[in-house]
Design a protein around this ligand. Structure first.
Ligand code: FAD
Ligand code: EPU
Length: 345
């Protein structure tokens, strides 16, 4: 597909060397609609993309990639909170910095998550004890087929662990154009994860939390500009309490996180590590040496290499723990998104 096609290697953090028929960029809502209509008139598939940090391209994409780069931030406040209305084309980590610089804390635990603001609600981004849903006031979307703009409250978004309505009922033909965050003025530090537990809650500043989160991330996670990856490849599995009891009996040192509904979340990285797979290589794909939940492109991996390794890991974990891991990363085939779970089964 080399003729009249464009490279996607720099538009996906896995750095898979694939191509698309065309790439177009929207800087405003009207431009977004125009570009969508133009591409759909050609009867080609359209893929809205942010930073490509949560996708795996399985092959060349036979359609138009539409980059949402609508910028702009508006801040308002009342006595209780700041309301930060951010357009989808802002870079998430820049937003975290802007809020901290303006002394509006609340996003410090979510520093350094790659990607754009418009993608953040899709999997309800989360890290170091905080999820987007805790600060999300509303999400604005445009229904592309009608051009209608709709505002969804945080409840409407049906947020869950790496979940939202945008992965299900609103997956197709809807684009997130802005997100509003509510940052309370009654800030309280969230210090329940990793090295953050060492801070004194009475004295710690948002900036110190931010610095510690950045340090932990730099230590553990491969920099996608140097090593192709899409962060955690699988979700952490959530199992029933009875299954968790059995597992803890067999593996007393397994890390586990009780959930509000009585179920228990496990660390997929620990399960994979426990099978001795850290650093394991298959074709051009490998498991990261420091963090077993991260699949990396060793240089020339294609989508099939990553899928083969993912299948191998899933099978190993199922054999050892009777748990089937589910991909967190979204899989994109020639004509659009495909069911990642089905592909790795
Ligand atoms: P993309 O990969 O471009 O898109 C993801 C999906 O959303 C695609 O299906 C795309 O079609 C769709 N989409 C994108 N923009 C829009 C839009 N405006 N409207 C509708 N659909 C859209 N995630 C976490 O939650 N926590 C972490 O700690 C974390 N750490 C990471 C670390 C590394 C090193 C990497 C590479 C990834 C990490 N991730 C993490 C995953 C990723 O950063 C997030 O999922 C992020 O929100 C993806 O943003 P993006 O703009 O790159 O999305
Ligand atoms: N662990 C191991 N070996 C490994 C990796 C992890 O034993 O190779 C153990 C750790 O020692 C720890 C536990 O597993 O006890 C959890 O590890 P870690 O703190 O690194 O977090 P994670 O569960 O692997 C999740 C998110 C990350 C997020 C971090 C911090 C998922 C799928 N991943 O990772 O998000 O940054 O917590 O909150 O929930 C992403 O979604 O792409 C992502 C990077």
């Amino acid at each position: 597909m080399r003729n009249s096609s464009v490279a996607l290697k720099l538009l996906n953090t896995f750095a898979i060397d694939v191509r698309a028929r065309s790439i177009v960029t929207a800087h405003s809502e009207s431009e977004l609609l125009k570009l969508w209509w133009k591409a759909s008139e050609r009867n080609q598939p359209i893929l809205v993309l942010g930073g490509g940090s949560n996708v795996l391209f399985l092959e060349n994409y036979l359609g138009t990639v539409l980059l949402n780069r609508i910028n702009g931030i508006k801040i308002s406040e009342d006595t209780e909170a700041w309301y930060v209305h951010v357009n989808a084309g802002e870079i998430w980590h820049n937003l975290v910095n802007i809020c901290l610089d303006r002394r509006m804390p609340g996003l410090e635990n979510l520093a350094m998550i790659p990607g754009y603001v418009g993608s953040a609600p899709i999997q309800n981004i989360g890290a170091y004890g905080v999820e987007l849903k805790q600060v999300c006031e509303y999400v604005d979307i445009i229904q592309l087929e009608t051009g209608t703009k709709i505002r969804l409250s945080a409840v409407d978004c049906q947020f869950g662990y790496r979940e939202s309505i945008f992965k299900h009922d609103l997956r197709e033909h809807n684009v997130i154009v802005s997100v509003c965050l509510r940052l309370t003025k009654d800030w309280k530090p969230v210090l329940n994860y990793g090295d953050l537990t060492r801070f004194n809650a009475q004295q710690v500043t948002p900036r110190q939390i931010y610095e510690m989160v950045c340090k932990m991330r730099r230590n553990k996670l491969p920099d996608p500009t140097l090593v192709g990856n899409a962060g955690s490849f699988f979700k952490n599995p959530i199992i029933d309490s009875s299954e968790a009891k059995d597992l803890l009996h067999r593996y007393p040192d397994v890390p586990y996180y009780p959930q509000l509904d009585g179920r228990v979340k496990l660390a997929a990285g620990w399960l994979i590590d426990h099978c001795g797979l850290k650093g394991y290589k298959l074709g051009g794909a490998a498991l990261h040496d420091e963090q077993a939940l991260i699949l990396i492109n060793t240089g020339k991996a294609n989508g099939s290499d990553i899928v083969s390794l993912a299948r191998y890991i899933r099978r190993k974990i199922a054999d050892q723990f009777s748990i089937w891991l589910e991909p967190e990363v979204r899989f994109i085939s020639a004509l659009g998104e495909v069911d990642a779970k089905g592909v790795v089964s």
